[in-house]
Structures are given as C-alpha cells and as structure tokens.
Design a protein around this ligand. Structure first.
Ligand code: ADP
Length: 262
C-alpha cells in the first residue's frame, strides 16, 4: 500500500488539456515519522538522567542534609547520570556530523592497521577492568584505504568496545586483505571484531544499526551505552562505500566485520 498525491493541472496553452500526475509520497511520510520517533527517543533518553539528577538535588537539599554518607553516595550516582547525558550529547553530535558528511567522499590515505592498534590501546584499560583479553591478528604494514582517519577510528573503537561490553572474556580483532570482495567487486580490507559473548538472536540483527535500537535496554544503559554506536558505525561505513556485516549465533558470540574498498 502506498500514499499517493494526485495533482491535476489545467495546461494554459489551449485551455482544454489537463495534466495529471501521481506522486508516491510514502517515503516523505516515512521520513516524517522517523523524525518524530527520533525526537521522542532523544527527549526520553535525556529526560531519564535529568529526572534522576533533579531528584537527587532535592534530596541533597532536604532529607540528606547533614548525612555525609548519603551525600557521597548520591553524588556518585549524579556523576554517573551526568556522564550519561554528556555521552548521549557527544554521540548525537557525532551522528549528525557523520550523517551530514555521508555524501562527501573521504580523501586521505589511511593506515587501517595503525587505527586498529590505537583503538585497542585506548580500550586496553577498559578490557582489563572487564576481564577481557583483547587479541589483534593480521596487523601488518601497508594495510591502507582512502578514508577519514577520525571516523574509521571511531568505527573500530565502537565495535571493539561493544565486543568488550557484550562479550564473554575474549575479543579478537582480525585484519585481512581480500583480493576481491564479491559485494564491493574489487580489492578490500576486512576488519573483523569477534567476541564470545551470548550472541544475538537473528531477529534483531537487521535492526541493530537503527538509532536507539537495543536488545536489552537495561543492560545497555547499565554499561553506559547510548544506543547510537552502531548507527554511527553504519553511516561511516556507508560514507566509505564499505559494508558492515553482522553474523551471530545465540550462545556462540558475534562477529562484526567492516569491509572497506582498498
Ligand atoms: P549501545 O550503546 O546500546 O551499546 P550500539 O548501537 O553500539 O548501542 O548497539 C546496539 C545494541 O546492539 C546494543 O544495545 C546491544 O543490544 C547490541 N549489541 C551490539 N554489539 C553487540 C555484541 N558484540 N554482542 C551482543 N550484542 C551487541
């Protein structure tokens, strides 16, 4: 079923002819709906930590006055909630930036192996805290693509961070050159981030890159997630004319692969 606008225009040249046009506007309506959903989601995501902050401020001003233990506990929670808001705003800005640049072809020569090393070093402490072993394989010289280094770093960081957050003890990042990727129809570089976590039900896989889509919202929030990481990844990969592939089996972990034209 489609929504269609129907236009009739009298052609002034001879006054007798009438021009009819039919236009499918389903996509316009779908875009409007998506925008409304997005605004509703953002408002909800911001309101939740804000409500908590207001509640704790009131408590600190009233009942918790003169109770240093309670004050310390509440301040810690407030710091966490403020951090959540700040991360959300950072991710929203990132998302809007990458969306607006999606049609601008990146031009820099980028060493992918270097970026993977940087991302794993940045996340080294987080991996340790989470008792996760981070293994990088196939990291060689000369693994280059034309790209945007900051954005590609963000892709690898987001995927490795998710592997640590939702994984089960080991995250393996594998870099691989491909002579010919069937989808890209040419030489490619593949970066795969595999974890041995609980895996993802196939039902969810096609929706994971939607903004704010989470399988378990409580768990995502608990881990400090904003629900925007994979949406950002998808836009960046699109900008690089690459592919994001997600494979998973329940109980056997997940594999997120980014394939970039090389
Ligand atoms: P979040 O900030 O919630 O982590 P993302 O956009 O990065 O947001 O991911 C969306 C959702 O996809 C997550 O909430 C989680 O449910 C699921 N997910 C992402 N990566 C993995 C993974 N490696 N294993 C299992 N589930 C994952």
């Amino acid at each position: 079923e489609r929504d269609v606008t129907f236009n009739a225009v009298a052609v002034p040249a001879n006054g007798r002819a009438v021009m009819l046009s039919l236009e499918d506007i389903s996509h316009v309506q779908a875009a409007g709906e998506m925008r409304r959903d997005f605004v509703a989601n953002v408002s909800h995501e911001l309101r939740t930590p804000l409500t908590a902050l207001i509640g704790f401020i009131e408590t600190l001003q009233g009942p918790a006055r003169g109770d240093p233990d309670a004050q310390a506990r509440f301040l810690e929670i407030m710091e966490r909630e403020a951090g959540r808001m700040s991360r959300l705003i950072e991710d929203l800005l990132s998302l809007s930036r990458v969306e607006s640049q999606e049609r601008v072809r990146p031009t820099e020569r980028v060493d992918v192996a270097n970026l993977v090393t940087s991302a794993s070093m940045t996340l080294g402490a987080f991996a340790q805290e989470s008792d996760t072993e981070l293994v990088v394989r196939g990291n060689e010289d000369g693994m280059e693509v034309i790209g945007d280094p900051d954005q590609l770093l963000q892709v690898f960081t987001n995927l490795i961070e998710n592997g640590i957050k939702y994984g089960g003890g080991t995250v393996t990042v594998t870099l691989e050159r491909q002579e010919r990727d069937p989808a890209l129809r040419g030489p490619a570089l593949r970066v795969e981030v595999a974890d041995n976590g609980e895996g993802i039900d196939p039902l969810h896989i096609p929706r994971l890159t939607e903004r704010f889509y989470r399988i378990d919202s409580h768990r995502s929030r608990e881990m400090g997630g904003t629900g925007l990481g994979l949406a950002i990844v998808k836009h960046i990969v699109n900008r690089h004319r690459g592919r994001l592939r997600i494979e998973s089996q329940k109980g056997q972990g997940s594999r997120f692969s980014v394939v970039l034209p090389a």
